[in-house]
Every structure is written in structure tokens, then in C-alpha cells.
Design a protein around this ligand. Sequence first.
Ligand code: ZN
Length: 322
Amino acid sequence: MLALMRSAFLIVLIGIGPAFAQGSGDDASRAASTIDDTPPGTLNPQPLPPLADPNSPKIPAKELFARKLTPLPGPARAIGSYTRGCMTGAVALPITGPTWQVTRLSRDRNWGNPRLIQFIERLGAEGKKVGWNGLLVGDMAQPRGGPMMSDHAAHQIGIEVDIWFTPMPDHVLTRAEREFDDPKNVVLPDGLGVDPKIWTPAHMAIVKAAAEDPEVTRIFVNAAIKKQMCSEAGSDRAWLAKVRPWWGHAEHFHVRLACPADSPQCKLQPPVPPGDGCGHALDLWFRPGILHPRPPKGPVNPGPYVTLAGLPPACRAVVKAP
Ligand SMILES: [Zn+2]
């Protein structure tokens, strides 16, 4: 029953509806600046073994996309939806920039649409102005996007990024430090609020700066973080609409950009509901069955994985191309 309630709740929260028009700031000409020249595509130290039967229609799509270590050259396009799609023309975010550093290089997930790279540059610079020393960047997407072998239902079309709730330190991190094994959780163990020993005004300011970016459509944070922001926001509240509560997201926030205007196959998501999202809808997240969903009984059936048939037809060509 609880599981059922949770599913119904999820459907209400996620919703799938009509397309919406999106604005797009236009600064596509800005290039990423960098002080690191690690060649893209050389970060993953352990490529996966070849598949016995890569042409089988039963192969999970994630197995195919995870084996593509280079982007598909050409125009940058987001194809499909955030959770069922792929991309072309991806570029790698340089692992060390003036206002960001990439973590977990072993995952080789610092790829994205150029618009995402530009957003990270913009947010890093904005962060400096509001007391956030720089961004520690987590997962973006694989070189050709698509489903991943671990974590994430989304992150498939190159216009999403996870950013740690830990500001960049003043030194260039070593490869080992970048694995970031113990990220800081800003939420108290009971899930009801943020940890006052960790939470600072700059935490709020960096999320607000992201939410105010015109290309950002949604930001996912833990419900306790949204609650904190609702209480701190004062009269300037319009930006709160884009900040959406979700499970987890206590060590990082997830930023989702709107579909780029030049990606006609990118599936638009309905805009966030009107209002700041701070009232009743947020309270629902603190009901016991929602705040701490019961773990499933017995062995977990992973279910049928998405195969290429479950992705937009164009993604087959994207992942099959050499
Ligand atoms: Zn994410």
C-alpha cells in the first residue's frame, strides 16, 4: 500500500504533459576556459570488457552506451527525454577550471551539451559573487549520453549536472581526492532539517544562483533542503519554484537545463507548477512513508532494462556509430 501511495505520489510529482516554450539566453560563443589539458576520453582507467553479442536486441542499452568512450562528432543535439535519450556532439568539461573542478574522474561522466558547459562556467563565476568558492562537479553524462551502468535514471541527454554541496577548496585536487569518497551530507539523520553545523547562507545562495539562470528548468534537492530554503527566502521567492524536493540529493543538487532550441528531438518537460512549492506539496514529503520509504521485502527484481527499442530511434545510430 505504501509502495502504491508512493508510486501515485511520484506520478503526481513528475507528471508528463504538454510541451512548453522555453527561453534561451544566447552565449553559445563563449568557450570553456581551462588550466588543465587532460585529453577528453582518457579518464576512464578500466574500460568494460567487450560484449559477447553486441547486436542482440536484448542487450541493455546502458551496456552499449557505457562502452562508448568518445562522443559522436557533429552538431550538439539532445535527443529524447532526460530519462530515455542520448546525445551527439558532446564536449568534455575541462577537469579544472577557474571556478570549478570535476570529481570522480574514473567515471568519465564529465560530458555534456556545450550549453551545459557554458552553464557550469556561468554558475561558477556567479558562485564567486555570492560566497561559493567554486563548484565541485559530479556526474554530467557519458560521451554519447544514454543510460548508465550505475546511479541515475536521468542524465541521458547531456543537459544535467550534479554539483556537490561542498565548495571547491583552494588547491587543485589530486586524482585520489577527486574520487570524493565521503561527500558532506547537509541534512540531519532524521531527514527533517539541514544540519546547522554544515549549512551556510552560501549553500542557499549557490542554489538560488542556479535557479535564477534562464536556461535552468529544475533543480532537485532533498526535501529538508527545500524546507530550509522556503524558510530563509524572505520576500524574493520566484526562484523557489524551480527547486524541487526529491529523495537523496542531500550531498549534491541536480541541475536540469531546458531543451536547447537547436535540439528538435529533445523532449520538453512541462514547466514547474506555479507558486514557490513551499506549502502543502512540500509537507507531503515529511509523511513517514514518504520521508523514509520502507525498503522492499525480499530480493529486488531489477526489472527489464531499457534496450535500444526503448530509446528514440536516432539513439541506435548514435551508439552504433564507431
Ligand atoms: Zn543528478
